[in-house]
Design a protein around this ligand. Structure first.
Ligand code: SF4
Length: 145
């Protein structure tokens, strides 16, 4: 589905950057599982990059807190336009179990615009892959205006 969507929309393979805001690492482990041979998300041409200047899609796990909110905003601002953001897990979407903590701001959308919300605690690899497909569609819509 993703491959045909890329062909149809003439959008290049999406380059994705993963940022862990303040997760328990549960959602990070599931996100990294997507890169293993079992799920092999790279078969769709998705490349995991470490430089925000190369990234089309920002994938964020964990809660936003007063310490990391500036880093998150800084990474987002360095990404070229157009760009899409995917919030992963209960923490990324709303602050999750940590939302009442004294240092927690909340979900990712408290700091930057979010295009796709992936639920779960942790989010399952299948749900993350679905979220990436949706994120690519949002990204393609922005590219095509
Ligand atoms: S949603 Fe659950 S598994 Fe994911 S970072 Fe938060 S507490 Fe951990």
């Amino acid at each position: 589905m993703l491959k045909s969507f890329i062909k149809k929309s003439r959008v290049k393979s999406p380059w994705i950057m993963h940022f862990d805001c303040g997760s328990c690492n549960g959602c990070d482990i599931e996100t990294l599982a997507c890169l293993t041979p079992v799920y092999d998300i790279e078969r769709f041409g998705i490349v995991n990059v470490g430089n925000p200047k190369h990234a089309d899609i920002l994938l964020v796990t964990g809660t936003v807190n007063h310490r990391n909110k500036k880093v998150l905003k800084n990474l987002y601002d360095q990404m070229p336009e157009p760009k899409a953001v995917i919030a992963i897990g209960a923490c990324g979407t709303s602050g999750g179990v940590f939302r009442e903590a004294y240092n927690v701001v909340g979900g990712v959308d408290k700091v930057i615009p979010v295009d796709v919300y992936v639920p779960g605690c942790p989010a399952k690899p299948e749900a993350i892959i679905d979220g990436v497909v949706l994120g690519l569609q949002k990204f393609a819509e922005k590219v095509e205006g």
